[in-house]
Every structure is written in C-alpha cells, then in structure tokens.
Design a protein around this ligand. Structure first.
Ligand code: QAP
Ligand code: CO
Length: 168
C-alpha cells in the first residue's frame, strides 16, 4: 500500500490518453489499492489513474454515501441515456482549491470491469453520473477546467503555477 503523488494542473502529463487494461492482474490490483489509499489520504471522492501518472484506464470512487461501498471501474464507458443535463459544482484533486459549476448529461449507463475483472453495467444519475464522466475525462486527458472559458482557465492556471513555484 502506498500514497502516490497526484499530478496538478497544468502538468502536461495530465493530457496523456490512457490505454485499456488488458488483464486485471496483481499489478492492476496493487494499483487500485494504492489509488484508494491516495484518494482517501487526499479526501477525494474519485480518482483516475492518469492523476497518479499511470496511463491505464482505471478509476476508483468512494462517494461516501451511506451503504454504497467504494467502487472500481476498469475500461469504463458511458452511454448517454437522454438529453437532460445536470449542473454540478465540480472540484478535482488535480485542481486543488477550485470549484466551478459544470453541465453534463444527467442520466447515463456505465459499462466497465470491476476490481476482479468481471464486466458489469449500472445505470447512473446524480453524483455517480457526474463523477464517472469527470473521471473518464481524465482517462482522455481532459480536465473540468477545459469546460470553462479560457479566461477562467488561465486564471486558475496562473494561481496554481504561483503556488507550485512557492512550494518548489
Ligand atoms: C471529482 O473530485 C468530482 O479542491 C472528484 O482542495 C468532484 O475528489 C466529481 C478535492 C465533484 C464530481 C463532483 C478537491 C479535495 C477532491 C479539492 C474530488 C481539494 C481537496 C476532489
Ligand atoms: Co479530477
């Protein structure tokens, strides 16, 4: 078990497109365990492998909803089920301290492999639908700030670059 370093915007490595997992083997299971440790330590609800500089299609999620266990999504896909959208105030462990309202499809079908490599599908709305779309974006090298105006995105970039310089 290990706490991994989380890449922060505007790190160019966050723009890497992740590759499909070909086998859910011990190496992937170790990655999943380390991603859960890392997400809990950082007090996140979702984390994509891209954020810890591993460019494979793996997502962990713990929405902290009562009775809903932590989840693993390997090679996830979503199908948008209707035209409704849902505004949600999104944050990101790779964009710490910034939250912005993003509109996304409200109702999706998720298809993925679980942590044992078994295929499943799950209909999603609410926070689960928001979070899976946010995390799949990471696997495509996309961040929530990409949905903002370039003015807002540059402002966030400059503020984070200043913090990174101070921490260097
Ligand atoms: C993605 O985000 C998400 O700025 C997961 O200082 C967020 O876990 C999907 C976090 C909202 C849907 C809705 C952010 C922690 C955690 C911060 C996270 C921070 C500390 C973000
Ligand atoms: Co994120």
């Amino acid at each position: 078990m290990a706490i991994l370093n989380i890449l922060e915007f505007p790190d160019p490595r966050l723009r890497t497109v992740a590759k499909p997992v070909t086998a859910v083997d011990d190496k992937i299971k170790r990655l999943v365990a380390d991603m859960f440790d890392t997400m809990k330590h950082a007090q996140g609800i979702g984390l994509a492998a891209s954020q810890v500089d591993v460019h494979q299609r793996v997502i962990v999620m713990d929405l902290g909803e009562e009775g809903i266990p932590p989840r693993v999504f390997i090679n996830p896909e979503v199908e948008v089920l209707d035209q409704s959208t849902n505004p949600y105030d999104e944050g990101c462990l790779s964009v710490p301290g910034f939250y912005e309202t993003i509109d996304r499809p409200a109702h999706v079908m998720i298809r993925a492999l679980d942590g044992e490599g078994n295929a499943f599908e799950e209909e999603a709305h609410g926070l689960l639908a928001v979070c899976i779309q946010h995390e799949i974006d990471h696997l495509e090298g996309k961040l929530f700030v990409d949905y903002l105006s370039s003015f807002k995105r540059q402002r966030i970039r400059k503020k984070l670059e200043k913090i990174h310089k101070q921490n260097a």
